[in-house]
Design a protein around this ligand. Structure first.
Ligand code: ADP
Ligand code: MG
Length: 346
């Protein structure tokens, strides 16, 4: 519904690798007061490296890796790719499996000759009736302390071991988040399926305002949907005085109070008026940035879903905005342009 101003803004974004699906996404972005980020592959590079390998129940490190990689052969998750790559570089043959199932935010299950395979979180083990021996619990705690993402590997109900993985923060992440805060964005939240200790160690290196760990994909979507437009418009751009990087170390918000009743139709001064685009709707004030495989629900529920695209990524279809090149760097410019564009239109 918009003329020259949108076209001009799109022109300034050309070459940054940002794809905006329609002018209305840009307009909705102008009304965004909060940002939420996924961790793996979004704030981090998503090119994982193998960390500690802790075999249990008499397994060898190679057996542990081979079983995990066999289960992960058909998963697109960065952890899965790491395990398959590692098994292949060690020359480990992978057993054929069937009944493969991916459990977003939790892991994978499959059936192999030696029995049912379960690879993933402690919660997934519990759901599948796998009991963790004390050595596995201790191993997970050691990996937490080391800031490593972890997963448990079980076959036929027996825990064969625990694996750790390390990821690298995107070098631009801290600066980009600081710029968003300077633009008045609150909260700048980290939402992750990873364990609290790992989330905290990432959050310590970033100017996020809140952290939520061990969230399933549906819980990320619920969090996004429950955000209400801030009561005041983003104020004092550049006037950021609160440099406290992460005051809130909460694990989870109370989920008992989702959006109570319809959200105010517009936040003063901050939301543009464009009918039919869900202004004032659930989650309309928040932009969610995710790469995932797992993040499609949150991308869909957000006022603006920003997908880190890899071309074949399913999330690229879910997003209103797709970042192809440098995935985080253009975000502050995008917010500034959207605000300018809306000012010009009105
Ligand atoms: P994030 O929110 O950081 O992107 P995910 O939601 O993708 O994390 O995953 C959360 C946790 O679930 C991981 O830390 C891992 O323990 C487990 N997990 C998810 N997918 C897999 C998988 N394919 N194989 C093993 N574990 C997995
Ligand atoms: Mg993810």
């Amino acid at each position: 519904a918009t003329p020259a101003a949108v076209i001009a803004a799109l022109g300034r974004l050309a070459g940054t690798g940002v794809l905006i699906k329609g002018g209305s996404a840009l307009e909705r972005l102008a009304g965004v007061t909060a940002f939420a980020f996924d961790k793996t592959g979004t704030l981090t590079e998503g090119r994982l490296e193998l960390g500690d390998v802790i075999p249990l129940s008499g397994a060898t490190p190679d057996q542990l890796l081979a079983v995990a990689a066999a289960a992960e052969q058909r998963s697109e998750h960065p952890l899965a790719r790491l395990l398959v790559r590692e098994a292949s570089s060690r020359g480990l043959p992978l057993a054929t499996v069937d009944e493969f199932r991916a459990h977003p935010g939790a892991g994978v299950t499959a059936r192999a000759e030696g029995g049912a395979l379960v690879v993933g979180t402690r919660r997934l083990m519990e759901e599948r009736g796998v009991t963790l021996p004390p050595e596995a619990v201790a191993a997970l705690e050691r990996l937490d302390a080391a800031g490593q993402t972890s997963l448990v590997v079980a076959r036929a109900g027996v825990v064969l071991g625990v694996l750790g993985a390390r990821d690298t923060l995107r070098p631009e992440a801290a600066h980009v988040l600081a710029e968003l805060r300077a633009l008045g964005i609150r909260p700048v939240a980290l939402l992750t399926g990873d364990r609290a200790a790992v989330a905290r160690s990432v959050a310590e290196q970033l100017p996020v305002t809140e952290v939520h760990a061990e969230m399933l994909p549906a819980q990320k979507a619920e969090w996004v949907a429950a955000q209400k437009p801030a009561s005041a418009a983003p104020s004092s751009p550049g006037g950021e005085t609160d440099s406290n990087s992460n005051p809130a170390r909460e694990e989870q918000r109370p989920t008992t109070d989702p959006v109570a009743g319809p959200v105010a139709t517009r936040a003063p001064e901050s939301l543009p008026d464009f009918p039919g685009e869900g202004v004032g709707g659930r989650g309309s004030s928040v932009a969610f940035v995710g790469d995932g495989i797992n993040d499609a629900p949150a991308l869909a529920r957000a006022g603006v879903g920003i997908a880190i695209g890899s071309g074949t990524d399913v999330a690229a279809e879910a997003g209103d905005v797709v970042m192809m090149g440098a995935p985080l760097a253009p975000l502050p410019l995008l917010v500034k342009l959207s605000r300018e564009t809306v000012r010009i239109i009105r």
